[in-house]
Design a protein around this ligand. Structure first.
Ligand code: SF4
Length: 238
């Protein structure tokens, strides 16, 4: 079978055997994160539209899943922000109606979560993993280099509202950049926010493969453990 949108299944540290679904054109994203494994964002945008034909994605999924593969998750991720695709809700509904035996996960950079339609589209996923790499504007901008219309206040508000309506788990991911978002001041802000949004779980991640800027280094394990102990209810994934 010729695959355009599906990749894997890959063995994921967090998700087990996960079939990846990449519904966005390469590096079309609302952020240009310094740690992105897919390279620099070439189309920095916040526009939500049908970037790739929804029907084609559904057909590819249907053809693959009818063979009854063994999977722990079908995961929307890849080299762009999946919630910018206006068909994601239709694809998730299709999976839930036709292949309810499979769990669906959405990895998102959180920038569109303040849009009620986006929350509605993904609320039935079994797992949503939103990222939040900074709470202060300065730190958020240094790590995630957002589109000019992205606001950190809207991101936090979006995650909180998603938590209220989501039927699945929400694991918030924080990518620790030593010397940038691990200062006492920033960690205090994270702690305050985490108490307010009350997600299922928080995960700390750190550099695994080379990022985009050369000054980026992985966080030391012991240091990650101290951050996890300070924030509470936190798991280290890397
Ligand atoms: S949000 Fe994801 S795809 Fe976009 S730049 Fe950041 S890491 Fe890369």
């Amino acid at each position: 079978m010729n695959r355009k949108y599906l990749y894997g299944p890959v063995s994921s540290r967090r998700l087990g055997r996960s079939l990846g679904v990449n519904i966005m054109p390469h590096k079309t994203c609302s952020l240009d994160c310094i740690y992105c494994e897919c390279g620099k964002t070439t189309n920095l945008t916040l526009e939500r539209k049908e970037y790739t034909p929804t029907a084609e994605i559904i057909n590819e999924l249907a053809a693959y899943l009818k063979e009854k593969p063994q999977l722990d998750y079908i995961t929307f991720s890849g080299s762009g922000e999946p919630t910018m695709h206006s068909g994601i809700g239709e694809i998730i509904s299709f999976l839930k109606e036709n292949f309810p035996q499979y769990k669906v996960a959405v990895l998102t950079n959180s920038t569109l979560l303040n849009d009620p339609q986006v929350r509605e589209d993904i609320k039935n996923a079994d797992l949503i993993v939103p990222s939040l790499d900074g709470v202060s504007k300065e730190v958020f901008h240094k790590i995630d280099r957002p589109h000019e219309n992205v606001s950190i206040e809207e991101i936090v508000s979006g995650i909180r509202k998603l938590k209220e309506i989501s039927s699945g788990d929400i694991w918030l991911e924080i990518f620790i950049v030593p010397g940038v978002n691990d200062t006492p001041e920033e960690l205090k802000l994270f702690k305050e926010i985490l108490e307010k949004i009350n997600v299922t779980k928080v995960q700390l991640n750190s550099l695994d493969r080379p990022g985009i800027v050369d000054w980026l280094k992985p966080a030391d394990k012991e240091h990650l453990k101290k951050i996890a102990a300070y924030l509470g209810n936190v798991e280290i994934v890397n």
